[in-house]
Design a protein around this ligand. Sequence first.
Ligand code: BYC
Length: 334
Amino acid sequence: MYAQMVKTDTKRVRSLDEMEPQERAFQERIDAGQKIEPKEWMPEDYRKTLIRQISQHAHSEIVGQLPEGNWISRAPTLERKAILLAKVQDEAGHGLYLYCAAETLGISRDQMYEQLHSGKAKYSSIFNYPTLSWADIGAIGWLVDGAAIMNQVPLQRCSYGPYARAMVRICKEESFHQRQGFDIMTVLAKGTPEQKAMAQDALDRWWWPSLMMFGPSDDASVHSAQSMAWKIKQNSNDELRQKFVDQTVPQAKYLGLTVPDPALKWNEEKGGHDFGEPDWNEFFAVIAGEGPCNRERLEARRKAWNDGAWFRDGLTAHAEKQAARRQASRIAAE
Ligand code: BYC
């Protein structure tokens, strides 16, 4: 099944000599490390790639609120509840910065929501898994935010200015999120045998989906080569996955937890870990809408959109009234 799902239309990246003068000048600016700003000329495919990636990223932040929001009312202490509430609110903020960055490319917020609600736009595979215990909130902060940071720190150097700048604040907040997750895991892992078992169970269930966050392996990645040539992506999916494993394995050791991968082994020669292959059949099923929670997540987003219609209508009516009043007083003053 996996082989069938791998798209074969990977585009070959064209050399400077094969480009028209305008595109060549654009590529030379990218190669020189210059930022591209909204009103400047850009190839249509560059614009489309950015809209796809940034809007998917924004949707991930918004849908990502759901599995964690599930535990706000059941957090074990008032302090944990306040911290989780703040984290979930941060995710909404990240979504907003990213939607704003995507809007500078000529797509409207409503169009992006429509693409999410119709199932046309993707969001991160990771949020299609359920949060079954409090330890899952620790595992999400530690592993999911940890993977997000690994992926997003290089995005601060993305060639498109508004995306790169949005990522600066997002990365700072993600670091706090990762620390709070690791703190939850530390308390559980050093707690009673039952608490430690909860932490291990969460690691067992979130490890492989976290590795899948980096996307398919490099040979199956359709967009990487062109996105790297445009410096939208700085690293390949496999490079970042390797860095994540190397960073996280010592943290699991510190916690006294076992990474659920029998193939995991330090490789002295390469200076990194060897590790097993994620189940790519599962990954492609999840991104095709067949994960454990896909339907529930989309249904929750559609419901939120429909429930908020009266509020959006009210805001629009208010803005129109204000504009009409301003117009009337301008005419009266003339
Ligand atoms: N999930 O050619 P490839 C967060 C799709 S939120 C779903 O390698 P690309 C957080 C890919 O879109 C984390 N789909 O693609 C929030 C493409 O399909 P289409 C979100 C995936 O774009 C709240 C196809 O597979 N982070 O951190 O070069 C709380 C082929 O892939 C996934 C971002 O969005 C996936 N995991 O590379 C806590 C970061 N992987 O579009 C945390 C920005 C691949 O052709 N995005 N696909 O239909 C990226 O860096 C890149 O888009 C990816 C994929 C590395 C994800």
